[in-house]
Design a protein around this ligand. Structure first.
Ligand SMILES: Nc1ncnc2c1ncn2[C@@H]1O[C@H](COP(=O)(O)OP(=O)(O)O)[C@@H](O)[C@H]1O
Ligand SMILES: [Mg+2]
Length: 164
């Protein structure tokens, strides 16, 4: 677990299950209004990580990859929603503006794959997670917090994951 600087956390996963478990740990810590922005090539494990997030967050449904819909919604018993967006197919700022991000943040948590494609309509304060293929079963995750909420979140995540 090399820490690149005091705020960035880089972790390595050795299996899809481990990636899911990291996701579950993060998912348990999320609050309404939180924004997580994912980037990384196809197959780098974004959806796998997000499956764990949804499970840890408390979704009553199984998470699938939102390849054919822009936004998948997952629900929890307390009425809040986890919005899982795949921005891969969004090709204009206009289309992105129609997504009503503000409503989502009032209602729950927003998790975005290919977030860089709709960067201008997303809040500046966010946790970014950049995933990369290392080897068949190995992936790297570089997590960078922007804003106090995400510094605190990432600090707790690091503590719970690695005890430091
Ligand atoms: N350490 C790992 N972390 C995440 N996925 C892994 C890992 N090792 C192998 N995989 C596999 O890689 C694929 C990742 O796919 P997916 O999560 O859909 O990626 P993305 O959403 O980035 O396109 C899955 O088939 C998963 O089982
Ligand atoms: Mg995906």
């Amino acid at each position: 677990m090399p820490i690149l600087d005091s705020e960035t956390l880089e972790i390595f996963s050795r299996s899809a299950d481990q990636t899911r478990r990291f996701g579950m740990r993060l998912g348990r810590m999320l609050q309404n209004g939180d924004v997580l922005c994912f980037s990384g090539d196809l197959g780098s494990g974004k959806t796998t990580f997000i499956q764990g997030i949804a499970q840890g967050w408390g979704s009553v449904d199984q998470v699938t990859s939102p390849t054919f819909v822009l936004v998948n919604e997952y629900y929890r018993m307390d009425g809040s929603t986890l919005f899982h967006m795949d921005a891969y197919r969004i090709d204009s700022t206009l289309e992105a503006e129609e997504l009503d991000i503000d409503r989502m943040l009032h209602q729950g948590v927003l998790v975005v794959e290919w977030a860089e494609r709709i960067d201008s309509v997303l809040p500046k304060e966010r946790l970014t997670i950049k995933m990369a293929w290392v080897a068949d079963e190995q992936r790297s995750l570089v997590m960078v917090p922007y804003g106090e909420r995400y510094q605190t979140l990432l600090h707790s995540f690091r503590h719970r994951s690695f005890g430091v």
